[in-house]
Design a protein around this ligand. Sequence first.
Ligand code: GLN
Length: 451
Amino acid sequence: DAFLGAIDALNPRINAFITVDGQGARAAAAEADRRRAAGEAGALLGVPVAIKDLFCTEGVRTTAASRILQHFVPPYESGVTARMKRDGAVFLGKTNLDEFAMGSSNLTSAFGPVENPWKRRGDDAVLVPGGSSGGSAAAVAAGLAPGATGTDTGGSIRQPAAFCGITGIKPTYGRCSRWGTIAFASSLDQAGPMARTVEDCAILLGSMAGFDLLDSTSADVPVPDYRAACGANPRGLRIGIPKEYHADGLPAEIEALWRQGIEWLRDAGCEIVDVSLPHTKYGLATYYIVAPAECSSNLARYDGVRFGERVPGEDLIELYERTRAAGFGEEVKRRILIGTYVLSAGYYDAYYLKAQKVRSLILRDFTEAFGRVDALLTPTAPSAAFAAGQKFDDPIKMYLNDVFTVPASMAGVPGISVPAGLDASGLPLGLQLLGPHFGEERLFSLGAALE
Ligand code: GLN
């Protein structure tokens, strides 16, 4: 009731939720009470959480923040949310995002932008919460939910966590089931938790993670006790500082935050080592080929015939054209166009195939680095939250915001963003820790040391 009340009071301004399910939440809470009274245990028994509106929830509208799915009510539950329900979680509602998770600002949602609960000191300008899981990040930061789910394809958990002063982890690719999570770029998409503390994220991930037969890329690897990992002493771990992340034009404040993080980990008994990830500079360029390519293929299913919105036409082709013209926003259309271009017969080798080769080199950089160090420390994003009113005539400017998060996505390795202080105007900044495949426990231990 407290969280539903807070949502009533603040959501009209923050717009973190697309759908609030008060009735469902109350029923789930009553059921959790009954289970508790019956002596049943559950990692999330009675815990209210917000669900990014990219996870299909049975009987509850799931929009992906797109007009094309504005009335879509899934007849089934996603793998991740099914596990959370099994453990007794209470879903408060579905949170806002960039349309189909394509963006870094939440400005591309068909349901309107999300307001970051933080403001610059002495300045009333509305700031973006980051994206694409901006609704989840803003909901947690504003106290509308103690935890939330997000998805991260190129940074969509880590960057909004940093912009809103909370914690978020993108697990190893394959750690959480993709079954029933609306697909953007299937070889990159990965679900993960967002919460106020590292330990809360650990508790949530313990419920969300695990093998799922229904997802052919799901990893059949046991789920460790992530909560216990938060208490593990990171003393003696070797932390790599990748020199290529000292990007040109990186603000002095971000460099200073990074140095501070290095000191904190040194104080915690870690050994700091310089490392090189030489292909980092190709991360963004290859991501913005691979992700649109997969998106163009995944979004072909929205044809106005099987489900979602339909705009009738004279014939089938016209029906497709009108449906997709009316249903998709500008950024989604841009990505479909880029994706079909790089996959087309004349350009496949030059763009898509080349990008896949470079992706292997990016993975090799990480594999070599993790032969020498236990984890890497970098800033999460090259800036604090920016103003919602800022004009982005050039989409490349927006893409540049993902420079530090995208390489780990290309390599499939896990990354956590932990709040690490405020910039000169009082806005939160995040530090990112990256680990080897299935090295989430180490990230929880190191993340807790940074808190
Ligand atoms: N900002 C990146 C993009 O626009 C990443 C999005 C995501 O991780 N879903 O593609």
